[in-house]
Design a protein around this ligand. Structure first.
Ligand SMILES: Cc1cc2nc3c(=O)[nH]c(=O)nc-3n(C[C@H](O)[C@H](O)[C@H](O)COP(=O)(O)O)c2cc1C
Length: 355
């Protein structure tokens, strides 16, 4: 039996990766202030990183209500699709692959970051305690309005269309963001979901929204082009679930029936849960694993069968040629945190390639 490492090709559903180094999704707040469009700067940023076996785009809203942070891109109208097409063409021209991360923030939003008629919606009218960056400084998160049953069907329809739009924009697939306290995670967790209808209460009901959203995406573009991202127990954005292990055991076992392309799982030992073991047990293989890996630990994890690929976030920010640096044993450059979310090329497209 040959042991896999970061440079062994792998297939996730219909997406063929030339190596197992995945660029993790990262919000960088460089989209246009009006219109939520990616720009030539994004084309350059993603093109520089196209040697990754797969790029997962920054979180991208499927609707105006899905936006919460400033300068995040959308994928719900013709202009946005056309703008993204330049990015995917550039990545493909370099031989890379790219999927679009569909991120609906739900209650993690400030009105200051979105269009004046966009609303902040959630499973229940329960505010997340926390602050969010806006152009006017840090502001408290908005109180959300609870979605009606009819509106839930509407949001699932928006997510379905975002998958179709991603394919039209040339993406190789989509990843539904189901962690970090955003809308699908808000439905999964007992603290943020206190509905007493089909979408709340029992574990089956709390998982219904995310499962229906994934099924709609799979129906729209084929299951082999759909993935999703989880981090059971993640308390980010004031998320709390009474029993994340039970929630995810059910959620993953049901999602496995959909025969999707991949599950992207973030480990988080501080929660007391072994998320990778949980994913293996209830979902199976086709796992992209993440969080604080370096290449050596990632190679070992692949050889041990912990996952089928490893994603790297921060290392890809400061090392556009991360893949080559790993291959040739070149030292990694450090990331500058001050330029993570500013506008313009600084700290975005100006990290040098190794000699
Ligand atoms: C600047 C920044 C922005 C991020 N934005 C997103 C995002 O939009 N969607 C997401 O799922 N994760 C996001 N993350 C989390 C990363 O995908 C990844 O899980 C995290 O950086 C841990 O991986 P690493 O240790 O390899 O950096 C972000 C991380 C960073 C550093």
């Amino acid at each position: 039996m040959t042991m896999n490492n970061l440079f062994t090709p792998v297939q996730f559903g219909e997406i063929q990766l030339s190596n197992r180094i995945v660029m993790a999704p990262m919000t960088r707040s460089r989209a246009t202030v009006t219109g939520d469009l990616v720009t030539d700067l994004h084309v350059e940023y993603y093109r520089q990183r196209a040697t990754a076996g797969l790029i997962i785009s920054e979180g991208t809203q499927p609707s105006r209500n899905g936006k919460g942070y400033c300068r995040t891109p959308g994928i719900y109208n013709k202009e946005q699709i056309a703008a993204w097409k330049k990015v995917t063409d550039a990545v493909h021209a370099e031989g890379g692959r790219i999927v679009c991360q569909i991120m609906h923030v739900g209650r993690v939003a400030s009105q200051l970051n979105k269009e004046s008629d966009a609303e902040t919606v959630a499973p229940s009218a329960i505010m997340a305690v926390g602050e969010i960056f806006t152009e006017q400084g840090m502001k408290p998160l908005d109180p959300p309005r609870a979605l009606t049953l009819e509106e839930i069907a509407g949001v699932i329809q928006e997510i379905r269309l975002s998958a179709a739009n991603a394919i039209e924009a040339g993406f190789d697939g989509v990843e539904l963001h189901c962690t970090s306290g955003y809308l699908p995670a808000q439905f999964l967790a007992t603290g943020s979901n206190q509905r007493d209808d089909l979408y709340g209460g029992s574990v089956e009901n709390r998982c219904r929204f995310a499962l229906e959203a994934l099924a709609a995406m799979a129906d729209e573009i084929g299951p082999g082009r759909v993935g999703f991202r989880i981090c059971p127990g993640h308390p980010f954005n004031d998320l709390h679930d009474d029993d994340p292990e039970q929630t995810f055991a059910y959620f993953l076992a049901q999602a496995a029936q959909l025969k999707l392309a991949f599950l992207h799982v973030i480990r988080m030992p501080s929660t007391g849960l072994d998320n990778i073991a949980l994913a293996k047990k209830y979902y199976g293989d086709a796992l992209i694993i993440n969080e604080s890996y370096d290449a050596a630990e990632a190679d070992k994890a692949l050889a041990d069968g912990d996952g089928q690929a490893v994603s790297f976030g921060r290392l890809f920010i400061s090392n556009p040629d991360y893949v080559r640096r790993v291959k040739d044993g070149i030292a990694m450059a450090d990331m500058d945190v001050k330029t993570l979310y500013i506008e313009g090329p600084q700290g975005y497209t100006d990290y040098p390639f190794a000699e």
